[in-house]
Design a protein around this ligand. Structure first.
Ligand SMILES: Nc1ncnc2c1ncn2[C@@H]1O[C@H](COP(=O)(O)OP(=O)(O)OP(=O)(O)O)[C@@H](O)[C@H]1O
Length: 359
């Protein structure tokens, strides 16, 4: 499957959505934006739960909807899995019966994954005999994900699947979500309010505002673009996909993101393992010379690409730094520091990173 093309014009009395998106048919695409910006409406349109007068949806070479040609596949004929905020399991059935319910309804020829293997994959094999009311919120949601995956969908749609869970349960489920796309190659379209989930999971990001698409691009590109600081607020920052290179005897882990070395405290993962790092713009400072006597582990040579003055009224600027031809790092610093150091585009500087969050 090459790509997903979704174009909808939906009008409600107090809201209208107009999108024309071409999304990758692999990995996790996150739909992100303020409350009421149209993320769920867009996801529901993809699922066929909304039938706008104007719409076109093509998944790979299959046209699921085309208002011009009078095509509209109803939800049950779209090859999708849908996971909502609430797990929505049948309370009178056991976990096993819940999982088999959807599985039995798909033709045998389409069954690519067995109940056993999906349960092992999502880590729920030990729960099969339980009834639904004997499950925690996180377990219920994992069963809901397993149930959706069992139908071997062409597309998995997830609408804030973690928002009803506490921080601990969220972090239990996140690794399984990463595995879906790494090991099952099912493209996922994922709605969330959480920058943390976005930073951890997204390969591609679509930012929504007032029913319009602000940007649709690779996650690293969207997250390190200072024009989106109103949407990301204090959580503005850059992400880096890295691999563990080495563990040092003083319990520092060396990570490599395509030639850019990042040092993180602690013994992290195994050599060769991949990690996504997130660096908040507010955790980055700038020096004109290589800082020598400093406690900061990460001191990286950089070139200033741009200085964004959108926050000047609050006495701050966001400096866009290039660490390599394709690594961008954002530094949020005071306007005073920027003028005292005489920062300008094209200057070579040193970026110091106060802390690196790992996913
Ligand atoms: N069936 C409907 N009829 C009328 N208005 C609707 C309907 N469904 C959604 N809306 C309106 O469309 C707007 C966008 O809603 P939507 O749920 O898509 O936003 P969202 O970005 O997903 O928000 P949130 O993050 O809060 O879930 C809202 O103003 C909502 O009230």
């Amino acid at each position: 499957m090459s790509s997903i093309h979704a174009a909808f014009a939906i009008t409600y009395p107090d809201f209208s959505l107009a999108v024309d998106l071409t999304l990758p048919a692999s990995g996790i695409t996150v739909l992100f934006g303020p409350s009421g910006s149209g993320k769920t409406t867009c996801l529901r349109a993809i699922a066929g739960l909304v039938n706008p007068a104007q719409g076109r949806l093509q998944v790979g070479d299959e046209v699921w909807q085309c208002s011009e040609q009078g095509i509209f596949l109803p939800t049950h004929r779209r090859d999708i899995g849908y996971v909502f905020q609430e797990a929505g399991l049948f309370p009178h059935l056991s976990v096993q019966q819940n999982l088999e319910y959807g599985y039995r309804r798909i033709p045998a020829s389409k069954r690519r994954i067995s109940v056993d293997s999906i349960c092992r994959f999502i880590g729920v094999s030990h729960l099969l005999d339980r009834s639904v009311h004997q499950l925690s919120g996180g377990e219920k949601q994992r069963i809901a994900i397993a149930r959706a995956l069992l139908t071997c969908p062409k597309l998995l749609l997830m609408d804030e699947p973690l928002s009803a869970l506490d921080v601990k349960l969220k972090s239990e489920i996140l690794p399984y979500l990463e595995k879906i796309h790494q090991e099952l190659s099912i493209p996922v379209i994922y709605v969330t309010h959480s920058v943390r989930e976005l930073a951890r999971l997204a390969d591609h990001v679509v930012l929504f505002q007032n029913g319009q698409v602000v940007v649709s691009d690779q996650a690293e590109v969207v997250m390190s673009d200072p024009r989106h600081q109103d949407i990301f607020g204090d959580e503005l920052g850059s992400i880096f996909d890295t691999r563990v290179v080495d563990h040092h005897s003083d319990r520092i882990t060396q990570l490599n993101s395509d030639g850019v070395m990042i040092w993180a405290p602690g013994h992290i993962g195994e050599k060769g393992q991949s990690y996504r790092c997130r660096v908040l713009a507010s955790d980055v400072s700038i020096a004109l010379c290589e800082p020598e006597q400093t406690t900061m582990l990460n001191r990286l040579p950089a070139v200033i690409v741009d200085i964004d003055h959108r926050k000047e009224q609050q006495g701050q600027v966001v400096v866009v730094l290039a660490l390599s031809s394709h690594h961008r790092l954002l530094a949020q610093i005071t306007l005073r520091s920027a003028s005292e150091l005489g920062l300008s585009a094209g200057m070579s500087v040193w970026a110091q990173i106060k802390s690196v969050a790992l996913s």
